[in-house]
Design a protein around this ligand. Structure first.
Ligand code: KIV
Ligand code: NA
Length: 273
């Protein structure tokens, strides 16, 4: 499968078919590529699901870069988006500097940033960096939004969300992630935009979906958002596998003969013991 270009991604508008998934390392990116995922995201959710932070705020550019390189090595043929971590997009200059590292060192194809930071988006796009937008619940500023809550429920909030998405499109993004947006509003935004929307907790009317890998496989259990579907109870499977290993070591069942290396024992003659 060849890597999707920006025109190809844009042409997926209106078919509800874009499949995006987060990946933060080599094996996950490789498996997702083999499973036919269209777009991989090195999200700053990395901070919560892999690094154990309480939010995405502490995530550094170095951390996103490190994991972007790993994901890129696992999926050289998949369009790879890297998140600009909190404050890396606070000015157009900072956004350009961060994108320079994520694209040139990390191998990212696009960067994603939260909210309607239009000057940063215009600077990136005019410099030739493809940008994915992200509106609705924006976890880096969840505190200001009153927590991890559905966004756009009042007339004013719905209008603002639609206007932000339209402004991002005008600034040149190739698509917009809609996070925790009520189903009817996500449908309306999807209708109004000519670039694809990619939903997470935004219903089925968006042009694509994104999930966090660790939510999908059931290994993140600090909380389970309503919008997650677990396709695997991976936490239980992995815990049981590790417990079985521990039990086998303690009982002597592992390692077995077939796990050992033989040698000609005459080579041991003359050794003390
Ligand atoms: O960091 C992330 O995983 C994200 C997705 C939830 C869109 O931004
Ligand atoms: Na993110």
């Amino acid at each position: 499968m060849a890597k999707l270009t920006i025109p190809e991604l844009k042409s997926r508008k209106g078919r509800g078919s874009l499949v995006m998934l987060t990946a933060y390392d080599y094996p996950t990116a490789k498996l997702a590529a083999e499973a036919g995922v269209d777009v991989l995201l090195v999200g700053d959710s990395l901070g919560m699901v892999v690094l154990g932070y309480d939010s995405t705020v502490p995530v550094s550019l170095e951390e996103v870069l490190h994991h972007t390189k790993a994901a890129r090595r696992g999926a050289p043929e998949v369009h790879l988006v890297a998140d600009l971590p909190f404050l890396a997009d606070a000015t157009p200059e900072r956004a350009l500097a961060a994108a320079e590292r994520l694209v040139k060192e990390g191998g990212a194809d696009s960067v994603k940033l939260e909210g309607a930071k239009l000057e940063a988006v215009r600077a990136l796009v005019s410099a030739g960096v493809p940008v994915l937008g992200h509106v609705g619940l924006t976890p880096q500023t969840a505190g200001m939004l009153g927590g991890y809550k559905v966004q756009g429920k009042t007339p004013a909030a719905a209008k603002k969300l639609l206007e932000d998405a339209l402004a991002l499109e005008a600034a040149g993004v190739w698509g917009v992630v809609l996070e925790m947006v009520p189903v009817p509003l996500a449908a309306r935004v999807t209708e109004q935009l000519s670039v694809p929307t990619i939903g997470i907790g935004a219903g089925a009317a968006t042009d694509g979906q994104v999930l966090v890998f660790h939510d999908l496989i059931g290994v993140f259990d600090r909380f389970k958002p309503k919008f997650v579907r677990r396709y695997l109870e991976g936490g239980a499977l992995i815990r049981d596998a590790i417990a079985a290993y521990a039990a086998d070591v303690r009982s002597g069942a592992f390692p077995a003969d077939e796990h050992g290396y033989a040698m000609d024992e005459s080579a041991l003659e003359g050794l003390y013991g």
